[in-house]
Design a protein around this ligand. Structure first.
Ligand code: ZN
Length: 170
């Protein structure tokens, strides 16, 4: 999934699951939701996407403040969960979309090559270090759009809910 989906999904989960949502914690949720993709620097969707590694990392990172554990873990794990979904680009949807925008076949091809190189992988190692097997659910265009739309909906509803809760407190 793309970084905007990661951001929205983790913020929505944080809004729903965290009892006290201080600004500090929500910033942490936002940052942590993007963190696993740092492995793009060496090998995308490698061990930094493994739920177990992320749990250990969260445990290490909270040595100064235990209150950060829940936001970190929610955010980290929401990232792993989303990255199980892969986009089936066998119909060259990305290239076609890009071509509609730039109107140039070879640039569109170039864009597709780059996106697929960085964005798509063959799933995540769900049980690393116990097993190196990769798990994924490949979605074709329509179901991918439904999942993405669903994330945006959850995010919108939770932000609205928070907003009205805040208003009613005044
Ligand atoms: Zn990722």
């Amino acid at each position: 999934m793309d970084w905007i989906s990661h951001l929205l999904f983790s913020l929505a989960l944080g809004a729903i699951l965290l009892k006290d949502r201080t600004r500090e914690k929500m910033v942490l949720v936002a940052l942590a939701s993007l963190f696993p993709d740092l492995d793009i620097l060496w090998y995308h969707r490698s061990i930094l996407h493994s739920p177990f590694v992320l749990l250990l990392l969260a445990l290490v990172l909270i040595f100064r403040n235990r209150a950060f554990f829940a936001p970190l873990l929610i955010s980290f794990w929401s990232h792993s969960a989303l990255d199980i979904f892969l986009f089936d680009n066998s119909n060259h949807t990305i290239k076609n979309l890009a071509n509609q925008v730039v109107g140039n076949e070879s640039i569109a091809q170039h864009i597709e090559d780059n996106i697929t190189r960085y964005a798509s992988a063959d799933g995540i190692m769900l049980f690393w270090p116990f097993s190196g097997e990769r798990f994924s659910i490949t979605l074709e265009e329509k179901s991918y759009a439904i999942v993405a739309g669903f994330i945006i909906m959850i995010a919108m509803f939770s932000f609205l809910w928070l907003y009205f809760k805040k208003l009613s407190r005044k």
